[in-house]
Design a binder for this molecule. Structure first.
Ligand SMILES: [Zn+2]
Length: 726
């Protein structure tokens, strides 16, 4: 038994100074012999929760994991950190398995990863003191990845001579699934812990592009880094891959229609940074442990929120800013319904339609996307996150009431003739585009024909979608998705109820730009050249050792390195993610680069202090006057998150901590510029005098008032933020 304590092991093997939320509690419970159940979002550091107890407990720890690729990656990562581990799955020959078993029995390995399918035939001559079940939701029919082989786990545990400590871990599970997992696994009064589902480094956004491929191409051109693009069908994967390749992007593809070989090659190409992006169906990803995925784009809407959050959650596992963008179109709903209706079980169809509906609401909501997701998982969220497409953006809302009336009137008149059509026909009628179909049905004789001629078709679609979402149009569940009016329609058509859509209305005759602001590459406040050099060394070393780059060091570790610029071993071990084994293995080559960089900047006089002292901050001091000069103060009143963005652009250049919209609001409350009235933050008299105004916004929960900050308040905020930052 290892006598080191968990904190020492964390520093030695993983290079971290402290545990993340929940890790220590679970480890402590397991070490006292209690079963445990952890619900932790992807990227929260689940594996540390079972790997550290495994190092301390006597005998061998079995980790049951559903995917071969995950096992291989985890074992590689453990070995890179100096921990002896092995895996047993169908990718090994029986001789290899026997050899691994013998070594495990002789105490050569502390951790052995096993596929659930292998449990039936597993015989191990060593004491198994701890069994950890990863992706534990696979045992529940309520989860979304049910696997029969998981049912063998309780039987296997009971068959052992001495019952080991048992733990289950999963990234996503609703309350119903959680209870089910505990029961099915046979956990005995486990220490159960659910850490927050929030992933603050992920920025969520829903876009409604007119041309999805164009949108994707533009995004790819503007953003660096690795990314996953999810499509709902194999066919779409093929077509998007082909287009991207034709446009010069390096892309791998992955779906169930490929051979095993093709799939594992695609996965490895992505993992080892030979291709920057992978286009895949949802068959890809469970157990993908690549930590430096900078964006996950859903080219189609998934069938439910749980699957979406899990797939999107594969971005930014290293904690650095990353994006999760969903490209929404109504056609995705038709595809999803088609797939759902294939089932022969009416209950299942009903349940899945309900889940689909919640997914659609996510795409249509005006409210904070993060809040929506967190509430879906039963977590109370603060009101606005300031870091999603809906509350971070500065898109104005457009009053589309008149256009809504034109659309509804058109449907009303069609319905009056006992006919109904889908959006395509309705749109052509409104635009006044007579074709054979329209003329043969005399649809050009309906009075609303041409009422929106010259308007942008994508804008009409946005208003139409909004009306469907709000219940003013009912869409039949048939192949044509034909539209009919509802009981609510008269509210808009005759009673003056307003309808708003996000984004500006394009001028007649001009194409709409797609919704959503351009994403800026994340800025961290360090030398990009140095960072690139560190990355290049990392790639070299990864190739030499035959491991993915992030197994050597994660992006987050390189960022910390580029910021701290250590010049010796002690300072290097202070970098987050550099443990003693990894330092021995890789440290010197990185130190060489850092010293070289320090010498160069010293020689050119660029950084007077660089290289003199390890980790010295060589950036010039920021004064209030210089801060006020550099920030962008606008004449138009803006939202608090925009104010924060403008401050951060300067703070980051000087290597100072970011401020959030939330933080600025707090300063305003503390200094008497804002007050809380009925849960809403509103300007006080002092605030109003200083130029804080409010406008009315609309969400599903009804109207609310949002504060805007004019020139004078922006300046006051700058002073407050500057003082508070110290
Ligand atoms: Zn938000």
């Amino acid at each position: 038994m290892n006598t080191a304590n968990p904190d020492e092991l964390l520093k030695q093997y993983y290079g971290y100074d402290r545990f993340r939320e929940g890790q220590k509690e679970i480890i402590t419970a397991l070490l006292t012999g209690r079963d445990a159940f952890g619900v932790m979002p992807t990227g929260a550091g689940k594996s540390v929760c079972y790997q550290i107890p495994a190092l301390i407990l006597p005998g061998v720890t079995l980790v049951i994991s559903p995917l071969i690729s995950l096992m291989r990656d985890q074992v590689q990562a453990l070995r890179a950190s100096g921990i002896a581990a092995a895996y047993i799955n169908s990718s090994l020959t029986s001789t290899q398995i026997d050899a691994a078993m013998t070594k495990a029995a002789n105490g050569k390995y502390k951790i052995v990863y096993v596929a659930p399918e292998r449990l039936k035939s597993l015989t191990l001559d060593a004491e198994i003191s701890f069994v950890a079940v990863d992706e534990a939701h696979c045992i529940s029919q309520w989860g979304h990845d049910f696997r029969t082989s998981y049912l063998d786990i309780p039987r296997f545990v009971e068959s052992l001579p001495k019952r080991p400590v048992l733990a289950g871990f999963t990234a996503t599970a609703t309350a119903k699934a959680r209870d089910d997992i505990i029961k099915m696994l046979g956990l005995r009064s486990p220490f159960a812990l659910t850490t927050g589902f929030d992933r603050p480094n992920l920025r969520f956004e829903v876009r409604h592009p007119q041309d999805k491929y164009q949108e994707l191409k533009t995004y790819m051109g503007e953003n660096d880094g690795n990314g996953i693009i999810y499509c709902s069908t194999r066919k779409e994967v093929e077509s998007v891959t082909e287009k991207l390749r034709r446009d010069g992007f390096s892309a791998a593809r992955y779906h169930a229609g490929l051979t095993d070989d093709e799939r594992s090659r695609a996965q490895d190409d992505f993992l080892y940074d030979r291709t920057r992006i992978i286009i895949a169906t949802n068959a890809f990803g469970m157990g993908i442990d690549k930590s430096d995925v900078r964006f996950v784009i859903h080219y189609n809407m998934p069938q439910n929120v749980e699957a979406y959050y899990q797939e999107a959650g594969r971005a930014g596992r290293d904690g650095l800013p990353s994006e999760c963008i969903l490209f929404y179109s109504r056609r995705d709903i038709m595809t999803a319904l088609f797939l759902i209706n294939k089932s022969e079980n009416p209950d299942e169809i009903q349940r899945n339609k309900q889940l689909l509906n919640q997914m659609e609401r996510y795409c249509q909501t005006d409210g904070c996307l993060r809040q929506y997701l967190l509430e879906y998982f039963g977590e109370r969220a603060r009101s606005e996150c300031g870091n999603c497409g809906n509350c971070g953006g500065d898109d104005p809302e457009t009053d589309a009431s008149v256009d809504a009336q034109k659309i509804l009137s058109c449907i009303w008149r069609i319905n009056k003739q006992n006919r109904s059509f889908g959006f395509g026909v309705i749109c052509k009628m409104l635009l006044g585009k007579p074709d054979q179909y329209i003329l043969s049905r005399k649809l050009d004789e309906i009075p609303t024909f041409g009422k929106m001629s010259g308007e942008d078709a994508n804008y009409i679609r946005r208003v139409y979608d909004r009306l469907v979402f709000l219940g003013y149009i009912a869409v039949r569940d048939d192949r044509f998705r034909t539209a009919t009016i509802t009981d609510k329609t008269p509210e808009v058509l005759f009673d003056g109820t307003k309808v708003y859509v996000r984004g500006e209305k394009p001028e007649s005759g001009k194409k709409a730009s797609s919704r959503g602001r351009k994403s800026e590459p994340p800025r961290y406040g360090f030398s990009q050249t140095l960072f690139d050099k560190l990355k290049a060394v990392r790639l070299e070393m990864a190739k030499e050792s035959g491991v993915p780059a992030f197994v050597v060091f994660s992006d987050a570790t390189l960022v910390d390195m580029a910021q701290k610029r250590p010049q010796n071993e002690t300072a290097m071990l202070d970098v987050s993610g550099v443990g003693s084994v990894k330092f021995e293995r890789y440290g010197q080559r990185f130190l060489a680069i850092l010293r070289e960089d320090a010498a160069e900047s010293g020689a050119t006089g660029g950084d007077a202090n660089a290289g003199v002292e390890a980790g010295a901050d060589s950036r010039p001091e920021l004064s209030l006057a210089s801060f006020l000069r550099q920030i962008e103060i606008t004449d138009t009143p803006i939202q608090i998150t925009r104010v924060a963005d403008s401050f951060n652009a300067v703070f980051l250049q000087y290597g100072q901590a970011r401020v959030s919209g939330q933080g600025l609001n707090k300063l305003l409350l503390e200094n008497g510029y804002l007050e809380v009235v009925d849960n809403a933050k509103l300007p006080t008299e002092k605030g109003a005098e200083a130029g804080i105004t409010t406008i009315e916004r609309h969400s599903e929960r009804g109207a609310y008032r949002q504060c805007l900050f004019g020139r004078e308040t922006q300046r006051i905020l700058a002073e407050l933020a500057f003082a508070a930052r110290l």
